[in-house]
Write a protein that binds this ligand. Sequence first.
Ligand code: PEP
Ligand code: MN
Length: 336
Amino acid sequence: MVIVLKEPVRQEDIERIVEILHGVGAEAHISRGEYKTLIGVIGDREKVMQVPFEAYPFVEAVVPIMKPYKLVSREFAPEPTDIEVGSAAIGPETFTVIAGPCSVESEEQVLEAARAARKAGASLFRGGAYKPRTSPYAFQGLGLEGLRMLARAREETGLPVVTEVLDPRDVEQVAQHADVLQVGTRNMQNFLLLREVGSTNKPVLLKRGMSSTIEEWLMAAEYIAKEGNRDIILCERGIRTFETATRNTLDISAVPVVHALSHLPVLVDPSHATGRRDLVEPLVKAALAVGADGVMVEMHPRPREALCDGAQSLTPESFRSMMEEVMRLAGFLGRG
Ligand code: PEP
Ligand code: MN
């Protein structure tokens, strides 16, 4: 349930409600919006319902949340969440572009890619130091050495770094080097990992599980939020269907569906959704058109030499020309 307080809100009233909630063993999650202050209640429904919150003069309304996820729901925070990462912002006012190679391969490759991302106008840089590969014999990433290379790329370009964390035991180390922790499609329901990233103070980019429903995806986000980390960025990256023309099927309708259900920002990853470089630009435009908060795309200085996902990686040149077009359209839509 959500308790809506009457304006103007006094700190002592918030504290009073929090104290009552703790008294019945419930947790209070406070959300101070521009117009309203809300207190999200997580606890034993029966016990919480016995408290006559409406009887308090500073309570405006008590709204039950029927959805299984609470903290990430629209009811809990009616205004969209804006997430700041260093110099970048992810939210309704902007169309944020994250770009970079699938994996960190060498310092030279990472620096080249980061410079190209920056020059073309990307706001964040991506690259995997720990790679989830279908084959145990495929390149698994450079690990800690890769994290250090990413940190060097940030130092040089100023672009905040997004990188995937695969193992709950690596979360602390990855959080020391990265600005955004990515949880990949294969780990969307790795609940230990979700809890661990939820205990950090770094924003989390949560990809949709390739076979997960939107509700399961939002429940995964709820795991992170429940640990106290509210900076969650959702990323639609294609789901498995019967179609074989593309690597996955981009569920573009997930963007407005999730925006209606949740206050969290939603990005689109057309690279993993399709596996095809030629489809990246049209789907970035589709993402912009349906109101996505941004995109994440793969770009490699020399895709033919890429150790992973070369076929879907843009070249620096094609990335730059795509950016010119997309930023022009974004500016036209007031999302520049
Ligand atoms: C990636 O972004 O490099 C990645 C592995 O993505 P996904 O988890 O969506 O497959
Ligand atoms: Mn990839």
